[in-house]
Design a protein around this ligand. Structure first.
Ligand SMILES: Cc1cc2nc3c(=O)[nH]c(=O)nc-3n(C[C@H](O)[C@H](O)[C@H](O)COP(=O)(O)OP(=O)(O)OC[C@H]3O[C@@H](n4cnc5c(N)ncnc54)[C@H](O)[C@@H]3O)c2cc1C
Length: 728
């Protein structure tokens, strides 16, 4: 989002397919001021089709295969929503999603690919895989390989569909099985038609048939699959086949929900004109496999999805800004490069066919160049600082951007010194004031806790930010062992048009209310205003039946428990610089959204002291307990849980804005130098509960956590001595 330009149009991209990935890259280099871009995709990555057979054969890692949509979205200034679209309301201009409220659009573009599922075959959904979506298939193949290696008996695989994709897949699978020590495995290629590879030239067919035979792949033609059960495929009029792993590459089928949108389609694929707009609605575009080019029908191939990208990019901008749209003229044929499993391939265009290792090298070069375009994104320009500026200002305007979330908190020491000047409480009802997670007030016969928190947005998704802000704010109440009661919302949103504002506020309120209600609390009011950046805060109250759990009760011999892995600060800091893996960001966001109420209920009856780990990091929050209880702590480094990717990013020297301030505790901490031990200073947003519990209660508590499906980690113990932390 461009913070200085009021937002007035919502562009929503459904699906992170090849076309949209390239559109995002172009958008990052030339954004349209005033347009908010949203990408909806089920996960953080979308595999690149050209490298899928190579990945299945073991030539490329999963990271090499995946287009990182989070990095692309960050580059484009787009928000990414990890969800699946399931419908379009053309009248209300809303995209319906499976996991959250609908998202509004002014212009929407659909690039969701196709599927090879065969739901008409009994047992397919339960016992077989579709090659598309490619990502799910790649994961299923990896799990199968690991299982097959453990079982130590010959495995049977079956590929349904004898077109180019099926043949390429079967060859890749055969090569991988052979090179993984599973040479005894058998592969059968099943085709219902009279022969394989009907869409290729006779020479290409001959070369590939030879490769199939050399790889020991059994080919069945004229074979109709009638039923799939666990470990077997039934064929019409033939003996059934044993099969441990079954994949369908039998053509491209449309996702069924497209036909239910009311948009005109051909066999379920959306009819688009030369400008890639659907013929039914000028604000709905479609590209890639899910579209049917009415002016120039083409087979479903990635090359057309890629070539459509520059036109789609320009036409989306044109539609959003009232300009003239351009026409897409797809080429009539393209160079088909088909890999043969080992590092050789067949190339075919018009009447020419070439085969061998040099063709593989050409394909490898083309594919890697394509991926490099999406990975090596051009550096974004930052305006130079003013030449004359106030003294000491340089340190405050380092080239690195200020982190969001808890990474932008004010340092612990500055806060302690400010609070130390507060006068004593005026009211006898104030049991404890500032200094602990929440203040404790007397409310009639009961105790009430009250706390406030706000977060500067680190993702441009108001719904997601609101969920995290609510979980984060409830953390203070949960840390005191209180039952969440009510909350006030304080919301600052960037300037935007009235319809966008309405939708944004609705998203935030829905998300906050969802999280609060799940925790047993009500949203009872709040305040909204417009400002430079999205900031969401909550003031939360909770009720206690007994005394509040504070920081003072830790005793020597107690165990220290943590309920979420560390690393949100370093991952978010890396993400802002475009250096984090999208999948790691996805994990971190999921961890931040995990509520603490269940963990609090388990820990509260046992905890001697408890707090939540947020901006001051594990070290800062643990030190607060140690200072209040006058004890020291020993942390076992190997037991520290960290989020995927956090250790690598820490090793690269990436630090959240608040890290340095948190590390001012270093003189009171003894620790080995290591990327993981650096994470004790990593500021956490919506981090876990840090509880000090009697050592004899640990086994029971861990069983209770397991029964609830909640994570919990024993990370160390309390010892006698002055407040210090020993990490070893
Ligand atoms: C084994 C194999 C090899 C192939 N090799 C080649 C080749 O060498 N050259 C070639 O040109 N073509 C090849 N193809 C065809 C190629 O895969 C497709 O044409 C290409 O992937 C289409 O790209 P796309 O942009 O339409 O969508 P895709 O690349 O399929 O991406 C669609 C994205 O949308 C997401 N999505 C799906 N549903 C939803 C939803 N409801 N909401 C939100 N997101 C959603 C998916 O998760 C995915 O990220 C091959 C196909 C296979 C199976």
């Amino acid at each position: 989002m461009h913070p200085d330009w009021p937002l007035s149009r919502d562009l929503v991209l459904i699906g992170g397919g090849h076309t949209h990935a390239l559109v995002l890259r172009k958008w990052g280099m030339n954004p349209l001021p005033g347009a908010r871009v949203t990408l909806i995709n089920p996960g953080a990555a979308s595999p690149y089709t050209g490298m899928l057979p190579g990945h299945i054969a073991g030539h490329y890692t999963r990271d090499e295969l995946d287009i990182d949509l989070v990095r692309l979205a960050r580059f484009a200034g787009a928000r990414i929503v990890f969800d699946t679209a399931c419908g379009l309301d053309l009248m209300a201009k809303r995209v319906h999603l499976t996991g959250r409220p609908p998202i509004r659009y002014d212009v929407v573009s659909i690039d969701i690919g196709a599927t090879a599922e065969l739901p008409g075959i009994e047992g397919f959904t339960q016992h077989a895989h579709s090659v598309k979506p490619l990502g799910l298939f790649a994961s299923a193949w990896q799990s199968f390989l690991e299982k097959a290696a453990m079982q130590g008996r010959p495995a049977d695989c079956a590929v349904i569909g004898g077109g180019v994709a099926g043949v390429e897949l079967a060859l890749a699978m055969a090569y991988r099985l052979k090179t993984s020590g599973l040479a005894e495995a058998r592969i059968t290629l099943i085709e219902s038609g009279p022969g394989l590879l009907q869409a290729t030239s006779a020479v290409t067919r001959r070369i590939l048939m030879r490769a199939l035979s050399r790889s020991g792949i059994t080919v069945l033609t004229g074979a109709q699959v009638t039923r799939i059960s666990s470990g077997a495929i039934a064929l019409a009029g033939r003996e059934s086949l044993p099969a441990d792993f079954i994949v369908s590459a039998a053509g491209a089928r449309p996702y069924p929900w497209l036909a239910e949108t009311g948009l005109a389609h051909t066999g379920g694929f959306l009819n688009v004109g030369p400008d890639l707009r659907t013929l039914t609605d000028p604000d709905v575009f479609a590209a890639g496999d899910c579209a049917h080019l009415t002016h120039a029908p083409r087979p479903k191939a990635g090359v057309y999805a890629v070539r459509a990208a520059p036109i789609l990019f320009e036409n989306l901008r044109a539609r959003l800004s009232g300009q003239t749209l351009r026409e897409f003229a797809p080429q009539s044929d393209y160079l088909k490069l088909i890999s043969k499993g080992d590092r050789s391939a067949v190339g075919h265009k018009h009447f020419f066919t070439l085969s061998g290792r040099s063709v593989w090298r050409l394909k490898d070069h083309i594919d890697k160049t394509f991926m490099a375009r999406l990975h090596d994104l051009p550096a974004m320009r930052t305006p130079p600082p003013p030449r004359v500026r106030a003294l000491d200002e340089e340190a405050e305007t380092r080239s690195e951007p200020l982190c969001g979330g808890c990474g932008s908190k004010v340092g612990r020491q500055n806060l302690i010194s400010a609070l130390s000047g507060l006068p004593p409480a005026l009211h006898a009802d104030t049991i404890t004031g500032a200094g602990d997670d929440a203040a404790v007030l007397r409310s009639g016969a009961r105790l009430q806790v009250i706390s406030t928190d706000h977060l500067r947005a680190f993702v441009d998704d108001p719904y997601l930010m609101a969920r995290i802000a609510a979980v984060h704010a409830l953390g203070d109440v949960c840390a005191m062992g209180a039952a969440p009661q009510s909350a006030l919302l304080s919301l600052i949103i960037p300037r935007m048009s009235d319809p966008m504002q309405k939708a944004t506020v609705a998203e935030v309120v829905a998300a906050v209310s969802d999280v609060l209600r799940a925790a047993g609390a009500d949203l009872v009011g709040g305040h909204t205003s417009m400002g430079r950046e999205l900031t969401i805060g909550l003031t939360v109250t909770g009720l206690l039946d007994g005394p509040a759990i504070g920081l003072t009760g830790a005793r020597p011999g107690d165990a220290i428990l943590l309920t979420k892995p560390l690393g949100t600060g370093v991952i978010l800091a890396a993400e802002m610089r475009g250096l984090a893996r999208g999948k790691d960001v996805e994990h971190a966001l999921a961890s931040m959204q995990r509520p603490l109420a269940a963990a609090s209920k388990i820990l509260a009856p046992a905890a001697h002291a408890m707090t939540d780990v947020t901006g001051f990091g594990l070290a800062g929050h643990l030190m607060s307990i140690l200072e209040a209880s006058d004890v020291s702590a020993r942390i076992a480094l190997p037991d520290l849980p960290v989020l995927p990717g956090a250790e690598q990013l820490s090793a690269q020297g990436i630090r959240s804005s608040l890290w340095q301030s948190n590390a001012s505790l270093e003189p009171r901490i003894s620790r080995p130098a290591s990327p993981i031990s650096d994470l004790i200073y990593d500021p956490q947003t919506a981090g876990g509960l840090l509880a000090v519990v009697p050592s004899q209660s640990v086994t029971g508590l861990l069983s209770a956590f397991q029964a609830e499906g909640e994570p919990a980690f024993v990370i160390g113990r309390i010892e006698e001595g002055p407040p210090r932390i020993l990490v070893n």
